[in-house]
Design a binder for this molecule. Structure first.
Ligand code: NAD
Length: 314
């Protein structure tokens, strides 16, 4: 199965940086990294340099391989202050640079991702694979948004609409991407067999094992993980135990590498809340209601490790 000749990664947060790194270092694919916030790109590339230097110092990769991997990654950022024309500019730029696969790793908000998929479908070549690293949002919905990017004259059920939606797929990498061995691949209702196979081949080339899950809220991974994290936050909220004892229980009693509150900080509390909301709204099942404390932490801007404060201080 052919690998992409040029990959674009949208969103230079913790996941986008990791995906760009494994695509370049392991799959040896040239990568264009785009974020609407230029400071995220400089911060992310600085972090990537540190990761590569650490791998070289531990003898995991050669200095030449690290340099070649870094040289394969270029970045672009917002070229306009107006958000609507901005979207068109970046997507066109990615198209002009020969992008034939995209992995979207922007914030976990449906409206943000729909806007990105509309812009991608409008600008990119008709056979480019449009993948999302979403943790929970419906791939079928994102594929629908991609068709809307073709304009009001194209219905989602037309041949052109189906062909466009068929290129959309979920490729759910795990955090930290260079370390975690799994990629959960999710076909939407419209995803073509060829797109699914291209997505799997890409994940394998990045050094990952692949599982396939149906397009339900949270797929397999977060339908299981998020209720667990949410229950741990509710234990803290109801003072069943202290933060340290909750995490210690799971680490020492169940052999988890980190406790659920520390893991939530590591994922990002805004991302945890967004996933919980998708699970709750997508199922209307009260077992998925997000804890009030999680919402308040996000209101306070305490987003976990990435903001310096969450359940722990960093
Ligand atoms: N954090 C995790 O453990 C984890 C694991 C698997 C999947 N994911 C998923 O990966 C995605 C990214 O998560 P993250 O943890 O890297 O988040 P993050 O907050 O670290 O980064 C998100 C990035 O997206 C950028 N962004 C937002 N809107 C944008 C737009 N319209 N165009 C371009 N860039 C935009 C932001 O500037 C930011 O740099 C989410 O969908 C999340 O659910 C996260």
């Amino acid at each position: 199965m052919a690998l992409p000749r040029t990959l674009s990664v949208i969103g230079a947060g913790q996941m986008g940086i990791g995906i760009a790194l494994v695509a370049s270092l392991r799959a040896k694919i040239p990568v264009i990294l785009y974020d609407r916030d230029p400071s995220q790109i400089s911060k992310g590339l600085g972090f990537m340099d540190k990761l590569l230097a650490k791998d070289v110092s531990k003898g995991k990769i050669s200095e030449d391989d690290a340099k070649a991997a870094r040289a394969r990654i270029v970045s672009i950022s917002s070229t306009s202050s107006s958000s609507s024309s901005d979207e068109l500019n970046w997507a066109r730029e990615l198209a002009e640079r020969g992008t034939d696969m995209v992995v979207e790793a922007a914030s976990e908000r449906l409206s943000i991702k729909e806007g990105i998929f509309r812009a991608l479908a409008e600008s990119l070549s008709k056979d480019a694979v449009l993948a999302s690293n979403t943790s929970s949002i419906s791939i079928t919905k994102l594929a629908g948004a991609a068709v809307d990017g073709l304009g009001p004259g194209v219905s989602r059920a037309s041949a052109e609409g189906k062909s466009c939606a068929g290129r959309v797929v979920g490729v759910h990498f795990f955090n930290p991407v260079p370390v975690m061995k799994l990629c959960e691949v999710i076909p939407g209702l419209q995803t073509s067999e060829a797109t699914l196979e291209r997505a799997k081949a890409f994940a394998v080339a990045c050094g990952k094992e692949v599982t396939t899950s149906k397009d339900v809220p949270g797929f397999v991974s977060n339908a299981l993980l998020m209720p667990f994290i949410n229950e741990a936050i509710m234990c803290l909220e109801s003072r069943t135990a202290t933060r340290d004892d909750i995490d210690k229980t799971l680490r020492l009693g169940m052999g988890h590498p980190m406790g659920p509150l520390q893991l939530a900080d590591f994922i990002g509390l805004d991302t945890c809340l967004a996933i919980q909301e998708t699970l709750y709204e997508g199922t209307h099942d009260s077992k998925y209601r997000p804890s009030i404390l999680l919402g308040r932490m996000v209101d306070a801007g305490w987003l976990g490790k990435k903001s310096g404060k969450g359940f722990y201080d960093y």
